[in-house]
Ligand binder design. Structure first.
Ligand SMILES: *Cc1c(COP(=O)(O)O)cnc(C)c1O
Length: 463
């Protein structure tokens, strides 16, 4: 399988180059040249596979020339860190199914992709006998998943910037208790936005970027999307085990459109409307639900909510869907994205809006609704939802038709104990989080200046 850019400006490249490149050199995002379709017969042969074996079948459709034994080993290692034998178990609670994606090391769904991406980077770097320095900024929640993805890997160093004293104590501990030599926690004396601006500035310094082999693990990396396709198919099978063959709907708490785009691809792969519709759930940062419901993709101001990993008003993976809406016309996608960059808005005509509604339903969920759902779901089903999951469950219940609704649970509620506690009273912390208190930590408090960060990277980037 080879990869093209959504803006049509690059010659097709290999899977390896697509993973290592992240963003395409023409500014677009990378996508497979063609989307395979899975025959009913093949699908049947996948039905009984355990998670890692299903992951092998799905990923090998896209991963080109990685030898079978190598890919199987990468996947076995990636999911050995998960605490549940099913990796992503699914169970019925009340009227809906909950697909638990939080059994990885940092208790959030990003582990499913980042555990794999870290191993994939290491594998490709070994083949080239080279190394890389990953830099990223976090508002608290995703930094730890990135750190756990690469901790202990010899060829990779990771520098994660977080705003000093502005992340929750648990978030801080999840990052700073990782003591591996290749992990550098940098608490900047500034805001999350300052951190993001610094990372952007450093990446724009092309000489520095090349000299130090800088890389990113952000949500536009194709391997992350790819790894996320697997649990849609896995949970489809598990629900069919119980309900018999038939279409299902999914409800997905959405920020950068990465997770739900993986669902969109799963829907194309499975064919025959096995996945009927994806319910796109946003919090009050609702650019994507406005897009689906009103046909208008327009940025707004970001407001802070109790589901912070979805506080986004610019969905970095949206361009991938736009490319398919444009019938794989890269030139047109480039024009539209450039126009969007100037005006901050993209409007869609009626025929396109109909197609969007065939793929998605969408709902904006308010802060009050999130709290109410956590409360009612607990009362009715004795099951605790984290605030992100509650966004999806609110929309999932509202759009529940006569077929199964599978709601993606993207974080363990223990990660957001404050919000959950306000809704239903204090809950016991899971062992993985409780054990962090009192552990040794390592973190450097630094000025929020790109020169300072670049100096730190340069100092540590010695062979
Ligand atoms: C990142 C994240 C999301 C949003 O996923 P996208 O792929 O950005 O749409 C939802 N919930 C949690 C807990 C997350 O960390």
């Amino acid at each position: 399988m080879r990869y093209i850019s959504t803006r049509g400006g690059i010659a097709p490249i290999s899977f390896k180059d697509a993973v290592m490149m992240g963003l395409a050199t023409d500014g677009g995002l990378l996508l497979p040249e063609v989307l395979p379709q899975i025959s009913a017969q093949t699908l049947e042969s996948w039905r009984r596979l355990k998670y890692q074996d299903l992951a092998y079948e799905v990923i090998s459709l896209f991963s080109g020339d990685i030898p079978t034994a190598d890919l199987r080993r990468l996947l076995a290692n990636s999911y050995a860190t998960f605490s549940h034998p099913d990796i992503t178990p699914v169970a019925k609670h009340g009227d809906v199914y909950i697909l638990e994606l939080f059994h990885g090391p940092t208790l959030a769904f990003k582990d499913v992709a980042l555990q794999f991406l870290g191993n994939l980077f290491e594998y490709f770097l070994q083949a080239d006998n080279s190394g890389m320095n990953i830099i990223g900024a976090t508002s608290g929640d995703t930094g730890s998943a990135a750190i756990y993805g690469v901790r202990g890997k010899e060829r990779i160093k990771i520098f994660i910037l977080h705003p000093h004293k502005r992340v929750s104590p648990i978030q801080e501990l999840q990052m700073t208790t990782v003591l591996d030599d290749n992990v550098f926690n940098l608490a900047i004396k500034g805001s999350f936005d300052d951190g993001q601006a610094i990372v952007k500035e450093i990446f724009n310094n092309l000489a520095f970027k090349e000299k130090h082999h800088l890389g990113a693990v952000n949500s536009i990396n194709w391997a992350r999307i790819l790894a996320q396709i697997v649990y849609y198919i896995y949970s489809y099978f598990r629900v069919c085990d119980r309900e018999g063959e038939g279409p299902v709907d999914f409800a997905v708490p959405t920020g950068n459109f990465g997770d739900i785009f993986a669902g969109f691809l799963a829907k194309q792969l499975l064919t025959a409307k096995r996945i009927r519709r994806l319910v796109l759930a946003t919090n009050e940062n609702d650019i994507l639900s406005r897009f689906v419901n009103q046909g208008n993709y327009a940025t707004g101001n970001v407001s802070q909510t109790c589901s912070p990993s979805m506080d986004i008003q610019l969905a970095s993976n949206f361009e991938r869907y736009l490319y398919y809406l444009n019938n794989s016309d890269g030139e047109r996608t480039r024009r539209e994205m450039e126009s969007f960059a100037r005006s901050g808005t993209l409007k869609f005509e009626a025929a396109v809006r109909e197609r969007v509604k065939d793929d998605f339903a969408a709902q904006r969920v308010t802060e009050a609704e999130i709290a109410a759902t956590i409360k009612s779901f607990y009362r009715q089903n004795n099951y605790v939802l984290d605030p992100h999951t509650a966004v999806g469950v609110t929309a999932g219940i509202a759009h529940k038709g006569d077929i199964p609704m599978i709601c993606l649970a993207t974080a363990h509620p223990g990660k957001f104990g404050d919000v959950v506690g306000r809704a239903i009273g204090p809950q016991a912390l899971p062992q993985a989080l409780a054990s962090l208190a009192g552990m040794e930590t390592r973190c450097e408090v630094v000025a929020a200046e790109s020169a300072v960060i670049m100096d730190i990277i340069a100092r540590h980037d010695k062979p």
